[in-house]
Design a binder for this molecule. Sequence first.
Ligand code: ASP
Length: 443
Amino acid sequence: MYKVAKFGGSSVADASQFKKVRDIVRADPDRKFVVVSASGKRFSGDNKITDLLLLVNAHLKYGVDCTPLLQSIEERYVGIAEELGLSFPVHEQFTRFISRLDEVTPEYVVSRGEWFTAKLMAEYLEMPFVDASEVVMFHHDGNVDMERTQTKLREAMIHTGGSFVLPGFYGSTVDGLTKLFKRGGGDITGAILARCIDAGLYENWTDVSGFLAADPRIVENPRGIHRITFEEMRELSYMGASVLQEEAIFPVREVNIPIQIKNTNAPEDFGTIIRETANEHAREHLITGIAGKKDFVGIYVQKAHMSNEIGVVRRALSILERYGVSVEHVPTGVDSFSIVVNGEDVQDTIYSIVADLQRDIQPETINVLPGLALVSVVGRNMSRRAGTSGQIFGALGEKGINIRMITQSSQEISIIVGVQNEDFEKAIHVIYDRFGDAVVTRD
Ligand code: ASP
């Protein structure tokens, strides 16, 4: 079984991190394919190379001298090469890069972070280097051309004898220009590689030991989530518990390759395995995890006999669509409904939206309820189990937390409760303390 091991920016931030990467790669002969991000922060307050390169572009655009900036980038790589005794000519390559700054595109400039990191890593791991610009191919429309990419990657596999280091985050357009993925896109490169070479596992090495069952800033020492489904992960990430670039799951999910999040600084920790189905044990946690966000706004609309009128909700939603506002939830009553949206999205437009609702719907009441926090309780084991939501609501009620909204996802894998912003942390505490460790037995 092949494994793709992708190392994020903090895992390759300096020479001592490179050493950890080498130990990890050497500890498992299946780790034949390594993808790296550009060197990230070494300490809080430090700069990511990618951010510095973006700054180089801004300097170039406005004609500001960026020599000191370029020097600081070069120094990072010279430092790593010297400390590890590598022979890769960083200075010469960097000088060459600088001499071509006026001919290359901004995306090419940013991609050099990954390129230099991968060059050094390849030498350090004594593995061949494969340039992403030769194997990761985009269509005209900006999507990855999976077929061509697969052909190229498989060729690279043969040429290199079945093992290589690949820079993440970029590839080539049909015209041969460098194209970047979204920020954090090294995760996508790793997923594409895993898919194209039919890997058994996609390891994503970062600086945390996977997903936690609750935010450690709110709950002290929450348990780690060892197994999670793609669907559960989407729910938790959407509510802010993000570890992986969202789009990285699609290439591997389609072909059922599991992703394992691992911690480069604590490789013995199990981390989190993300896969399509995750029920492997007779005893499992009832709740996989809890996440949430503050500052939603509820727009409450009430109109007598609305239940007899067709198209009211549609008209209301189309107003929000016109303002480009994404709708989170629409809890409905017989003659009323609420539209829950992200507060930030309506900051400047809420009065116009209300005016339009007044005009198009002519309701009796419209109330805007700001300061709504949503708490999402996620768990595949909650589905078809009577009483779970009742217990959650009961626990919140006992602690005097007023629930302002309730929704459940259609697959019953998440229960979302809306509470006042002020009750947000307390609600998460109450739910975690009561259910965080609860287990269910499977038949
Ligand atoms: N270096 C890129 C970024 O900082 C891509 C990545 O790290 O995955 O966004």
